[in-house]
Design a binder for this molecule. Structure first.
Ligand SMILES: *[C@@H]1O[C@H](CO)[C@@H](O)[C@H](O)[C@H]1NC(C)=O
Ligand SMILES: *[C@@H]1O[C@H](CO)[C@@H](O)[C@H](O)[C@H]1NC(C)=O
Ligand SMILES: *[C@@H]1O[C@H](CO)[C@@H](O)[C@H](O)[C@H]1NC(C)=O
Ligand SMILES: *[C@@H]1O[C@H](CO)[C@@H](O)[C@H](O)[C@H]1NC(C)=O
Ligand SMILES: *[C@@H]1O[C@H](CO)[C@@H](O)[C@H](O)[C@H]1NC(C)=O
Ligand SMILES: *[C@@H]1O[C@H](CO)[C@@H](O)[C@H](O)[C@H]1NC(C)=O
Length: 506
C-alpha cells in the first residue's frame, strides 16, 4: 500500500531529479516503505538471505492454473484477455457443498502469500474446504500485457483495485461453474493487508460471489484517518520494546545530521554501518535516514512472537531484540548513539549472519511488486501519512498532497484522485454491509487505518493483543499468544455460521 509525504527540509544542493524524489515523497507499502532513494523506481529485486525456519516453510501442495481473464471489465473497446494465475488445493474439500476459502491476492507473487497464509492450510481439514489463492493482476505472473505491462501508462491503465475485484468475482463464478460439485460451495474471501482490503471490498461489491470475508490487518480507512496515526503506532511499539528505545531512535536523526556534516563523519558512518556503498553526499544521507526509517517500520509490522522469515529472517520479538541495543542513557555522544543504532539495524539485516555489508537500497522481500504499488498509490490508493517528531520518534514530515501528485505525474504521467477510494468503497459508513471480520493486531502500524470497533452484529472487529501485521493469517505456532489462538477460533466460528446461513437460504 502506498503513501507519501513531503520531507520538510530539502537541500538546494540536491540534483533536480533527486530533489523531486527526496522533497516529495515517502511511499509506504503495506509491507514496506519506499522512500526517496528508492524512487528511481527500479523494481527492487532483492538478494535474499536464506535460512530455514520451520514454521515458514512447511511443504505445501497445490496445483497452479491460469484463467483467461478480461483485461478490461468496465469498457468494451479493449477486448483482450490475459492469464490470471491461481493456486488450488482440494485435498480436504468435501465435494458436495464444502466451502471454498478464496485468498484475494495482493501486491505480489501469489505463491509467496500462499506460503505465508498458513491459517488457511491449518483450517482446511476442519472445514472440509477447498483453498484457492488468486493472483492480483500486474503482480507475479499475472501480467495483462506480458512483459510490456509496465512499459507505459496505457498498459498500466488497467491496474486498479476495481479491476482486480472483478477478476476475483469472475474467477469465482467460473470455478463454481466448472468444478464438478462446486456449484453449491459457499465462498469465503480471505486476505491480509491490501489483500484484506480486497477481501472486505469483494464482499461489499460482489455479495453474491462470497458469503463473507476475513479482512486481516486491512486498513480500509487509511484514506480518511489523521495522517499521523501510523507512525505513532510504530513509535509506541519501540517505546514498549525497551527502556529509552524510542527516545534514542528519536535522537538519532540529528546525530546523523551532525556526524555527516563532515567528510570524515560520512566515512565514519559508512564504516560503522558497514554500508555497501559509502555515503558521499547529502542525498545519500537522506537516503540513509529513509532506509533507517523503513527499517523501524518494517520491524514494527513483523514483530512476531517467534522466529520468522517474512520480509527478512528475524528472531522472535525482533523489536525487543532491537531495543536491547538502545537502552543507554539518552545523554551519550552521537557516535555512541549511532553505534547502538548500527547494532540495532543488524538485528533486521543480519540475523542470518551472512550479510557482507548493509545495502541502503534494500529493506524488504523481492516477492512484493513495488512498482505496481507505486502506481496504485499514485492513482487510487492515496493514504496520507505524516510525522511531527513530537508524537512519534521520526523527523517532522507533513503530508503534502501536491508534492505527492507532482511526483506521480513525473513518474507515471498520471495524477492521484484523492477522494476516489472513499467514494468507491464508502468511507466510514459501511453499515449497510454484512458478514465481514476485521482483525487487527495492536502492534501493527496499519491498525491506525483499520476497523477496530465492531459496526454491527455481522461487521465485527477483533483486536489481537500482541499481534503484528496479520498474525492471525499465519500458521499456528507454539509461541502464539493466547489472543491469536482465540482470534483464529472465533474466525472459524464465524465461517461456520456464515456457511450455515448460506445453506439455509439455498
Ligand atoms: C543493493 O541493492 C540494490 C537494489 O536491490 C542492488 O541493485 C545492488 O546490487 C545492491 N548492492 C550490493 C552491493 O549488494
Ligand atoms: C476485439 O477487437 C478487435 C479490434 O478492436 C476486433 O477486430 C475483434 O474482432 C474483437 N474481438 C472480439 C472477440 O470481440
Ligand atoms: C513457497 O514455498 C515453497 C516450499 O513449500 C518454496 O519452494 C517456494 O519457493 C516458496 N515460494 C515463494 C514465492 O516464497
Ligand atoms: C534511560 O535514559 C535515562 C535518561 O537519560 C537514564 O537516566 C537511564 O539510566 C536510562 N536507562 C537505562 C536502562 O539505561
Ligand atoms: C553479519 O554477521 C556475521 C556473523 O556474526 C559477521 O561476521 C558479519 O560481519 C556481519 N555483517 C555485517 C554487515 O555486520
Ligand atoms: C450510514 O448508511 C446507512 C445506510 O447505508 C444510513 O441508514 C445511515 O444513516 C448512514 N449513517 C450515517 C452516519 O451517515
Amino acid at each position: 500500500m502506498g503513501v507519501m509525504f513531503s520531507h520538510g527540509q530539502s537541500s538546494d544542493s540536491l540534483s533536480s531529479t533527486m530533489r523531486l524524489s527526496c522533497t516529495a515523497v515517502f511511499f509506504i507499502s503495506i509491507f514496506f516503505i519506499i522512500s526517496c532513494h528508492a524512487l528511481a523506481l527500479k523494481p527492487q529485486l532483492l538478494g535474499r538471505h536464506t535460512i530455514k525456519i520451520s514454521s515458514d516453510h512447511r511443504s505445501l501442495s497445490y496445483r497452479t492454473f491460469y484463467f483467461d481473464q478480461q483485461i478490461d471489465h468496465f469498457g468494451f473497446l479493449e477486448n483482450g484477455t490475459f492469464k490470471q494465475r491461481y493456486l488450488l488445493n482440494d485435498q480436504h474439500w468435501h465435494k458436495e457443498g464444502g466451502p471454498i476459502l478464496f485468498y484475494t491476492g495482493n501486491e505480489g507473487d501469489i505463491a509467496w502469500f500462499c506460503n505465508n497464509t498458513g491459517f488457511m492450510w491449518d483450517v482446511a481439514e476442519e472445514l472440509g474446504a477447498m483453498l484457492v489463492f488468486a493472483e492480483h493482476r500486474y503482480y507475479g505472473e499475472s501480467m495483462p500485457f506480458g512483459e510490456e505491462s509496465y512499459s507505459n501508462a496505457k498498459y498500466l491503465n488497467y491496474l486498479t483495485s476495481e479491476q482486480a475485484l472483478a477478476d476475483f468475482a469472475v474467477l469465482i463464478k467460473a470455478l463454481k461453474g466448472n468444478i464438478p460439485g462446486a456449484q453449491k460451495s459457499p465462498v469465503i474471501a480471505i486476505g491480509g493487508s491490501y489483500g484484506g482490503m480486497l477481501a472486505a471490498w469483494l464482499r461489499m461489491k460482489y455479495p453474491s460471489a462470497v458469503i463473507g470475508a476475513l479482512a486481516s490487518s486491512a486498513p480500509i480507512w487509511q484514506f480518511i484517518v489523521p495522517c499521523g496515526g501510523f507512525y505513532q503506532v510504530v513509535t509506541r511499539d519501540f517505546t514498549s520494546g525497551g527502556v529509552n528505545c524510542s527516545s534514542n531512535i528519536g535522537r538519532s536523526w540529528k546525530a546523523v545530521d551532525g556526524i555527516s556534516a563532515t567528510g570524515e563523519g560520512l566515512q565514519w558512518l559508512s564504516q560503522e554501518f558497514a554500508l555497501c556503498s559509502p555515503l558521499k553526499s547529502l542525498e545519500d544521507v537522506y537516503g540513509f535516514k529513509a532506509w533507517l526509517q523503513e527499517t523501524w517500520v518494517n520491524l514494527a509490522m513483523v514483530d512476531y512472537p517467534y522466529e520468522a522469515d517474512f520480509l527478512q529472517p528475524l528472531p522472535r520479538w525482533p523489536v525487543k531484540e532491537v531495543c536491547t541495543h538502545l537502552r543507554f542513557d539518552t545523554g551519550v555522544s552521537d557516535k555512541q548513539l549511532l553505534h547502538g543504532i548500527s547494532q540495532a539495524v543488524r538485528v533486521y539485516y543480519n540475523y542470518s549472519g551472512d550479510a557482507l555489508c548493509l545495502n541502503t537500497s534494500q529493506t524488504a522481500t523481492g516477492n512484493l511488486g513495488i512498482l505496481g504499488w507505486f502506481y496504485q498509490s499514485c492513482t487510487e490508493m492515496v493514504m496520507p501519512m505524516c510525522t511531527d517528531g513530537i508524537n512519534d520518534m521520526f523527523e517532522p514530515q507533513p503530508w503534502n498532497f501536491q508534492a505527492f501528485s507532482d511526483e506521480c505525474f513525473a513518474q507515471f504521467g498520471v495524477r492521484p484522485r484523492k477522494d476516489w477510494a472513499k467514494i468507491v468503497y464508502g468511507g466510514r459508513n459501511i453499515s449497510a454491509h454484512s458478514n465481514i471480520i476485521f482483525s487487527n493486531g495492536d502492534l501493527d502500524p496499519w491498525m491506525s487505518g483499520g476497523v477496530t470497533k465492531s459496526i454491527s452484529e455481522s461487521l465485527v472487529a477483533i483486536m489481537i493483543d500482541g499481534g503484528a501485521h496479520h498474525l492471525d493469517l499465519r500458521y499456528n505456532n507454539e509461541y502464539d499468544p493466547e489472543s491469536v489462538i482465540k482470534t483464529r477460533a472465533l474466525e472459524v466460528q464465524y465461517f461456520i455460521k456464515w456457511i450455515k446461513q448460506a445453506a439455509s437460504t439455498l
